[in-house]
Design a protein around this ligand. Sequence first.
Ligand SMILES: [Zn+2]
Length: 129
Amino acid sequence: MRRPRWTVAVLMVAALVIALAALLLSRAQLTERPLVYSVVDDSVETLHAQKRMLREEIDELEKLHTSGQLATENYIQSKRFARERLADVEARLQKAQPDYKPQVVPCPSCGGPLEISMERCEYCGHLLL
Ligand SMILES: [Zn+2]
């Protein structure tokens, strides 16, 4: 054996570190917040712009899902994530603009008034995906 034993150990440690780094990186990507959140800008204009972008994002997801380009599982996940961000923006808007009224949409099942960021109808329990 010409290769000393420690090189094997070093290679194994290196492989482990790479695997760990890959794992951390993939987790970081999953939990990563969009770039807009790294800048704390709670001006009403910015929040409205963010809200508009999120509405567009949700519309786009719906289009992709309807046309079969987005698997249902991914669609639900992406839409939930967009909704969470929308709820966050709504909450900040209410803080930044005291007279702000959250946008209301009728529940597709019972017609009850729902805020766009809600995930489930609070009147009939209809799941809003
Ligand atoms: Zn309902």
